[in-house]
Design a protein around this ligand. Sequence first.
Ligand SMILES: [Zn+2]
Ligand SMILES: [Zn+2]
Length: 199
Amino acid sequence: MNETATCSLCLTPSGLPAHDRCRRRLSDALNELPDLYRALAAHLAPGRTGAASRRGSRTPPLPLRLDVLDLRAWGGIEGILTSWERDLCDRLGWATPPFRGTVEQQVDEAARLLRDNLDWIVGCHPAADDFASEIHAVVNQIKAVVTGETPERRLRLACTCGASLTITLSTPGRRCIRCGQQYGFQELRHLPLAARSAA
Ligand SMILES: [Zn+2]
Ligand SMILES: [Zn+2]
């Protein structure tokens, strides 16, 4: 075991390719995504979910929530999962999985393939942290819709290069896009807040 190894998912020291808790959290997120996708269907109409059952009433139909439509459409949750799936298949020299038919089938199968190959992603994928961040971000977004909770508050921190990094309280780690500096969980929390005018 290499004591200085860094967790590929949160970029903090772990002594292992990844912390058990980070790996479990990612595996749980991939497990949950198909059900979360289905749960969104009840939240297409704005307001209370009961609105959907008042089909016989004379009130005009409410416009649908665009954020929920986007998540459920081709390229929404489906796009996130299938682009990582395609990336994984390319890296492993596998044929791209066949088109499955519906958005729901794409979400189910892509989430499963990614979860089944999580060991490889965690151990070998050069952007495993980006994968984890993207999966957790979309899961948080869906959960905010489904539970009605406000999404986690976002904080803008200033990187030493002057760029700003947007994180939430649960962001495990982040790489600055401008200067490439990697910050682990603790390091991120030592950065100052970005000035309001910073880009
Ligand atoms: Zn970790
Ligand atoms: Zn920077």
